[in-house]
Design a protein around this ligand. Structure first.
Ligand SMILES: *Cc1c(COP(=O)(O)O)cnc(C)c1O
Length: 355
């Protein structure tokens, strides 16, 4: 039986997607060749890339609004520097909400001045800072919508006058939002969209071409756009599986439908974390709690061996928290069924009964 997969990333994908992907690896589209052994310039693959790119715009409701979709490589980590390379002339503003924001800031500092508008580092990134001001003379503002490691999520975004950039690696396509408030969105595929190996970039074309530095071709969004995201060999398998996952998302009703499911899962787990006397939530402000990654700890570590045995025996995978937070992290990405969260809640209740 398939395990209940709470892995933080690479993460669970829909079973139907995995099945189709495995078939395509052997015989793609009935052409008696594997998806991963044909030319990326063949019509069969070019169709995949085109479809994946257009599904992204459709799901985000960004069609005909000047956005371009790219499937790049190098992970979200490469976007930390590509964003600055392509957008920063002198100065940029960053909101520091965790490990990934901090890494983005570190890379951006190689290109100019970084104004950290606010940081939640003082309390180990367990909350989302509010009430900060973004200077008016910056080239762009950058934030991280969901903090995968600490389990916080931005439920409101500041209104921004400059170019607005968001790292949505771990909550892309998980909830309704006005995506058009952002000029550049990026996301490593492996958290909520597909397998590792490709990074989604959605960028408003008009913000590009405004920096003076020469940009190496592979790091230049304009080059990738001009080649329809095929400047070099794309990560064909990762793009194909991402396309299948986007098709799956549309088939179940799109973002609105998955948001309902995600809210239900978050409600289940946080209700139990708050109710169960053995556990405590890492994020105290309820409005800052992530619906994708719920972080929690045992109040008394003496229960850890019993808890670990119980959840392992229940077929749960990937519950261990990140080393910088400790405890547990239940990652509940789009493809995780409600039933898996119900099993986890039952295990937490069983621990309480046994203790
Ligand atoms: C995982 C993650 C990253 C890093 O992604 P890679 O693709 O491994 O480089 C960046 N930002 C966020 C929010 C993440 O969750």
């Amino acid at each position: 039986m398939k395990k209940h997969n709470f892995s933080a990333g690479p993460c669970i994908l829909p079973q139907s997607v995995l099945k189709k992907a495995s078939e395509a690896v052997i015989n793609f589209n009935g052409i008696d060749l594997s998806l991963i052994e044909i030319s990326h310039r063949s019509k069969d693959f070019v169709d995949v890339m085109e479809r994946a790119r257009s599904l992204v715009l459709e799901i985000m409701q960004l069609e005909n609004k000047g956005y371009q979709v790219l499937f790049l490589q190098g992970g979200a980590s490469l976007e930390f520097l590509m964003v600055a390379y392509n957008l920063m002339n002198t100065k940029a503003a960053y909101l520091n909400t965790g490990t990934w924001s901090s890494k983005a800031i570190k890379e951006a500092k190689l290109f100019g001045e970084v104004v950290e508008v606010a940081s939640s580092k003082d309390l180990n990134f367990s909350y989302i800072p509010k009430n900060y001001t973004i200077p008016s003379d910056v080239d762009y503002f950058h934030c991280t919508s969901n903090n995968t490691i600490f389990g916080t999520q931005m439920n409101q975004f500041p209104s921004v006058d400059c170019v607005n950039v968001c790292d949505m690696s771990s909550d892309i396509f998980s909830r309704r939002m006005d995506f058009s408030q952002f000029d550049l969105i990026y996301a490593g595929a492996q958290k909520n969209m597909g397998p590792a190996g490709t990074t989604l970039v959605v960028v408003k074309e008009e913000i590009l071409g405004k920096v003076n530095r020469p940009i190496p071709a592979m790091l230049d969004y304009k080059v990738h756009i001009s080649k329809d995201s095929m400047y070099n060999t794309p990560s064909v398998f990762a793009v194909y599986v991402s396309m299948l996952t986007l098709e799956w998302l549309i088939s179940i009703g799109g973002i609105a439908a998955i948001e309902d499911v995600n809210e239900k899962k978050a409600e289940l787990i946080y209700t139990e974390i708050d109710r169960n006397p053995l556990f405590t939530g890492f994020v105290k402000n309820k409005e800052d709690r992530s619906k994708m990654n719920a972080t929690f700890n045992l109040i008394d570590e003496k229960h850890a061996p019993a808890f670990n045995t119980l959840w392992t025996e229940a077929g749960i995978n990937g519950l261990k928290g990140h080393r910088s937070v400790g405890g547990y992290r239940a990652s509940m990405y789009n493809a995780l069924p409600v039933e898996s969260v119900e099993v986890l809640v039952q295990v937490m209740q069983e621990l309480e009964r046994n203790s």
